[in-house]
Design a protein around this ligand. Structure first.
Ligand code: CTP
Length: 409
C-alpha cells in the first residue's frame, strides 16, 4: 500500500501556513489489511480509519457517485485498484486535490499548484456538484484566503450559481451548514463569505433575510454607506478586526434583519425595525440550529441595539429595564457581548470606523451601579418575596439615577 498526505495539509504547507489537521489517503489496500495493522474504522459504511497511535484520519482511495438528493445519496467505491488520481478528481478544489508522499513528492494532476500561484479557488471537475456543502466551503475558503488575494474562478462561481438555483442547498442539514457558517464567521474576513454566497445566489437560499438587506437604504446622516447590506458586511468586518467571539459575530450579521421588512414608502427610515426583526432572527437561528449563546445574543442585540446607541440619553428607568432584560446580575459576560456588538454596529459605518463609542463605558458603569445594590440590608429590614424584589428594583433605580446625574455633571 502507498500512503499520501492530502487536502488541506498539502495546500497549507505550500502556502506557508500552519498545518493543524493531516488527512491521509491509502492506495492499494483493503479494509481487512487496515484492520490487521491496528487502524480503527470510523463509520460503518465509510472506508475511513483512525491511526492506532496518532489518531489521524486515513481514508482508502475511493470514487464516489451520487445516486440521490442530499448528503445520504452517495455510493462509495473503495478498492485497491482505485488510483490516487481517481481519488483526487472527486475532491472540491484543485488546491485541495494535491497529494504528497513521505519524500514530499507532489502529485498534482489537476494543477492545484498553478491555481495556488494564480490565487484561484477552482473546482476540480463536475463532481464538485455532488456535495452542495461545497458552495459554503468555497465561500469560507474565499474568506480565509482573501488576504492572500484569492478569488473564486468564474467557472466555479457559475457552478455554485447552478447548484444554488437547483434546490440542492435545501437538502443540507442544519448541522453541516452551521459548522461551515461558524468557521467562516471566525475567519479574518467573514464579510467575504457572505459576499461570495450572495454573488452565487446561495445567500438568497440560505439566509434570504440577510440577502434582502441589499438595496435597502438607510438615512445618510447616520449611515454614510446608505445600503443596509453593505452596512451589515462592514459590521461583520469590524467584529473580525476586533477579534470578537462567534456569538458577537452572529449577532452582528443578524442585528438589522428588520430593516428588510420596511415598506419602501417608509425608506430610508426604519421605525421599530428592532422589534420587527425578531421573528426573522428567530427563523435564521432555528434554521441552522445555532448554539444557544449565539441564538440568545442575536435576539437581544436585535431588540436592544438602538438602546445601546442611545445609552447616554436613556431615562434611568429604561436603563434599568435594559439591564434587567439582560439579567446583568447573573450574566455579566452576555451584557459585555451586547456592548461589543453595539460598538461594532456603530463602527461598521463608512468613515466612522475610528469614532469612539462612549456608550460602551457608560453601559458598563450602569451595570456596575445596578449590581452594587446589596440585598442583605433589605433582608434585615424585613423585606420578603415580591416585596423584596420591588425593594431591590427601587434601590437599583436610585443607584442608576445617581449614576446618570454623576455622569452628566
Ligand atoms: N473534501 C471535499 N469535499 C468536501 C469536504 C472535503 O472534496 N465537502 C476534501 C478536500 O480535498 C479537502 C479534504 O477533503 O481538502 C479534507 O477536508 P477537510 O478536512 O474538511 O478540509 P481541509 O481542506 O483540510 O480544510 P480546513 O483547513 O478548512 O480543515
Amino acid at each position: 500500500m502507498q500512503i499520501y498526505k492530502v487536502g488541506g495539509a498539502v495546500r497549507d504547507r505550500l502556502l506557508g501556513k500552519p498545518v493543524t489537521d493531516i488527512d491521509w489517503v491509502v492506495v492499494g489496500a483493503t479494509t481487512e489489511e487496515m484492520l490487521a495493522k491496528g487502524f480503527r474504522p470510523v463509520g460503518a459504511d465509510f472506508p475511513v480509519f483512525l491511526h492506532p497511535k496518532s489518531g489521524e484520519e486515513y481514508a482508502l482511495a475511493r470514487t464516489e457517485r451520487k445516486n440521490g438528493r442530499g448528503y445520504g445519496g452517495f455510493i462509495f467505491h473503495a478498492s485497491p485498484d482505485v488510483t490516487l488520481e481517481e481519488d483526487l478528481i472527486r475532491r472540491d478544489l484543485t488546491i485541495n486535490a494535491m497529494a504528497e508522499d513521505d519524500q514530499q513528492n507532489l502529485t498534482d494532476p489537476y494543477h492545484g499548484q498553478r491555481d495556488l500561484e494564480a490565487r484561484l479557488l477552482r473546482h476540480v471537475s463536475p463532481a464538485f456538484a455532488e456535495d452542495p456543502l461545497r458552495v459554503l466551503r468555497v465561500a469560507r475558503f474565499a474568506a480565509r484566503y482573501a488576504e492572500l488575494g484569492f478569488t473564486v474562478a468564474p467557472e466555479t462561481l457559475e457552478l455554485m450559481r447552478q447548484l444554488s438555483e437547483s434546490g440542492e442547498l435545501e437538502a443540507l442539514t442544519a448541522e453541516r451548514s452551521w459548522k461551515e457558517i461558524a468557521r467562516a464567521l471566525m475567519e479574518d474576513q467573514p464579510q467575504v463569505f457572505i459576499e461570495v454566497l450572495r454573488e452565487c445566489g446561495a445567500l438568497k437560499v440560505l439566509m434570504p433575510e440577510v440577502d434582502a438587506l441589499f438595496g435597502v437604504p438607510q438615512p445618510a446622516a447616520h449611515h454614510p454607506e446608505i445600503d443596509t447590506g453593505v452596512h451589515t458586511l462592514s459590521v461583520l468586518e469590524q467584529a473580525a478586526l476586533h477579534k470578537q467571539p462567534l456569538s458577537v459575530r452572529w449577532a452582528c450579521l443578524l442585528h438589522d434583519l428588520g430593516k428588510g421588512l420596511t415598506p419602501e414608502e417608509e425608506w430610508p427610515r426604519h421605525i421599530a425595525h428592532e422589534h420587527k426583526g425578531l421573528k426573522l432572527i428567530k427563523a435564521v437561528n432555528e434554521r441552522f440550529k445555532a448554539p444557544k449563546d449565539c441564538q440568545e445574543l442575536a435576539l437581544l442585540v436585535g431588540e436592544y441595539h438602538t438602546h445601546g446607541h442611545r445609552a447616554l440619553e436613556l431615562k434611568p428607568s429604561t436603563l434599568l429595564e435594559l439591564l434587567q432584560s439582560f439579567d446583568v446580575y447573573r450574566r455579566p459576560q452576555r451584557f459585555e457581548e451586547f456592548i461589543a456588538a453595539c460598538e461594532m454596529d456603530a463602527r461598521g459605518r463608512k468613515g466612522l470606523e475610528q469614532r469612539s463609542y462612549p456608550q460602551a463605558d457608560y453601559l458598563r458603569g450602569a451595570a456596575t451601579a445596578a449590581r452594587s445594590i446589596a440585598v442583605q440590608p433589605l433582608l434585615e429590614k424585613g423585606f420578603k418575596g415580591p416585596e423584596l424584589g420591588e425593594a431591590i428594583k427601587r434601590e437599583r433605580l436610585r443607584a442608576l439615577k445617581a449614576y446618570k446625574e454623576a455622569a452628566s455633571a
